[in-house]
Design a protein around this ligand. Sequence first.
Ligand code: A3D
Length: 320
Amino acid sequence: MARKKIALIGSGMIGGTLAHLAAMKELGDIVLFDIAEGIPQGKALDLAQSGPVEGFDANLKGANSYEDIAGADVCIVTAGIPRKPGMSRDDLLGINLKVMKAVGEGIAQYAPDAFVICITNPLDAMVWALREFSGLPHQKVVGMAGVLDSARFRHFLAEEFQVSVEDVTAFVLGGHGDTMVPVIEYSTVAGIPVPDLIKMGWSTQERIDAIVARTRSGGGEIVGLLKTGSAFYAPATSAIAMAESYLKDKKRLLPCAAHLTGQYGVDDLYVGVPIVIGAGGVERIVEIELKGEAKANFDTSVAAVKELLVACKGIDGSLG
Ligand code: A3D
């Protein structure tokens, strides 16, 4: 069987890390694409030279032309600019919307059968716009945010409970932004829900509230520390988990930004919800019952995503 082909659109911090992970996991041959000349070629060569030491077989190629992504099975999009300190994800809107137009058209022309994972911020608006510009089926275009936000929540919970991260499951739903919704009722240690652990004296409501708040501003915390860009290791790992589920038809249930058509009372928006990713792309949208505060937070989050789409449509009339 021929190797799969993975196209990374954007070869910056996340793009390079994606290439490294995809090569180490032997997910397929890799094309690093960027508008910057030399960067994708340099990263591809550097990574290829790590192959003999690591023992992976993968062709790595750097490219500045969309022709090179032809026939890709998976495209992971990080093209654009990342947040700088003091900049909100929404400030990025105008610049990255233009980038999504170019990327969407490139994918439509050269890799129309690909499973596309968008990472570029502001995520929920960019994945929607990328789908519109590319014209690909909705089930083949998803956004990465929930896996990362949930991983941050899991990391903080594992630290709080002093247990292995492996045994902590967590759900962060809604938009990727300050309104994201860490759902504590569905977050567990080996199946024991967090509210039960609070009752058992493992933590207090106040401490969990602080963890929820830290998760919500998890990206900003890293931007503040790095000063020159945003997180890239965990975002790349999260997108690779999604790509792997598609390529290997693993049917993992992961929180991702998916296109909703009535689920959760939302129509024609990309919002973070649990989905099953398999060979068909988004094979199922899982509708869990959200109550009380979680429901209110989810609705606030949806309203924030809607506002972003109105802004996108204002900037680019073709998105009407
Ligand atoms: P960075 O290292 O700047 O890489 C972006 C790359 O995109 C650069 O190499 C640019 O040259 C390239 N680029 C710019 N315009 C184009 C274009 N038109 N076509 C092709 N390539 C282009 O950024 P990064 O890798 O750190 O982050 C990439 C994106 O991911 C940013 O928008 C971040 O805000 C976003 N991000 C999202 C999350 C989520 O959880 C959703 C997390 C972290 C970062």
